[in-house]
Design a binder for this molecule. Sequence first.
Ligand code: ATP
Length: 241
Amino acid sequence: MSDYILQAENLSVSYGDFIAVENASFKVARGSITTLIGANGAGKSTMLKALLGENKPRAGKVIFENEDITGMKPNVIVRKGLTMSPEGSCVFDEMTVRENLLMGCYQKRAAAKKEELFERVYSMFPILKEKDKQLSSYLSGGQRQMLAIARAIMADPKMIICDEISLGLAPVVIGEIYEKIAEINASGVTFLIVDQDVGRSLEHSDYSYVVVKGGIVMEGKSADLPVEEVKDAYFGINKYA
Ligand code: ATP
């Protein structure tokens, strides 16, 4: 078994003539929390979509659990154990908390253990259990983000990809979300996270990649990466201009 659950090899993705990601390679160690750090428009979401089969790379490969999954359909990829927790704004407002969670376990394998998954999610997020029958539109921003993560867990994944984990949330709430992620990670789920905040990304992850203009410009153990240089890259200053 490879030490890496996911590998992106020389990925390139275009929107028409515009090259959004070019020759990007990164790996996610099994059991780790890995982050992609980068400014608005750097290409992070485009990379995530390529991993999940939501866009088709012009070149390169995505390997998940030693299998080439490049170009596979998103539902096939979810079945293999790779799932996405979108921004909290992507929960379905017109549905209850329970109905939102049910959307996460539509695949046969997860649906077969629906009750077990509900128990797991509700013991991890008691606030969601309390609000089980409420419409999601009544949830706070932090609760919506928790619901988005909980919905990903309902797919019984080996790995969760989280986009823009802290968008618009108060620092104390973001702290609680990272605590939950650490708890889920300790239960054996690998994470690839996108967060716009450099300090927070480095603090809460094992390994980080810095994305600038569609490519990876720096990588390393999060504890060892020089914060100031990561910030220079992020803001496109000094040698990263
Ligand atoms: P953000 O944090 O703002 O989402 P990002 O790092 O995730 O930024 P992407 O959303 O991947 O960046 O965008 C990378 C580049 O591709 C940007 O220049 C963006 O304008 C462009 N882009 C993204 N989606 C499309 C699309 N559907 N059509 C055309 N260009 C796109």
